[in-house]
Ligand binder design. Sequence first.
Ligand SMILES: [Zn+2]
Length: 212
Amino acid sequence: MKYNLAFKYRIYPNKEQKLLINKTFGCVRFVYNTILYTANKFYEETGKNKIITPASLKSENQFLKEVDSLALSNAQLKAKISKLHEYIKNCRRDFLHKLSKKLSETYNAVVVEDLNMKGMSQALNFGKSIGDNGWGMFLRMLEYKLMFLGKQFLKIDKWFPSSKTCSKCGNVKEELKLSERSYKCECCGIEIDRDYNAALNIKNIGKEILKY
Ligand SMILES: [Zn+2]
């Protein structure tokens, strides 16, 4: 029989080490904040990105020389990542604004499916990705832009079987696997793209409700 043994140690820093650790944390925080502040200010003034290096901060702030430069580089890296996240978020929001603007200007009414995001991401095992992809944000943008132009926005109930219904004859399938990418109707025989079929159904019911 084999045994695995594990020992756990906890080592406490001495007074000097404690002081250095505290100094390092303080400096890391200082570097992180300064880099982020400078980057934000530079972006506001010029619309461009600039990340300063910890080395450039050292000449003006002598106290930074006492602590480990690796810790300071890590602070810089964290600041960079934080800026990158913000940049990605802004790009996505910008894209959603443009798309919703275009749709609201092109159409007099937009009908969307009120997707059950939580259930869907659980069922498909997508984790957070669907909830994160800005679908809700996109719908809100679309709604207020259409309303602003005096146009119509309609959400279809999430239980409406948009995928299982045949857009040509109205037959509703018992089951439709997610892997079936095209819709084949046993009744009227049409075969069309799954998403296009669902979109046609959403359009049809929307026209009915809005009396178009
Ligand atoms: Zn059919």
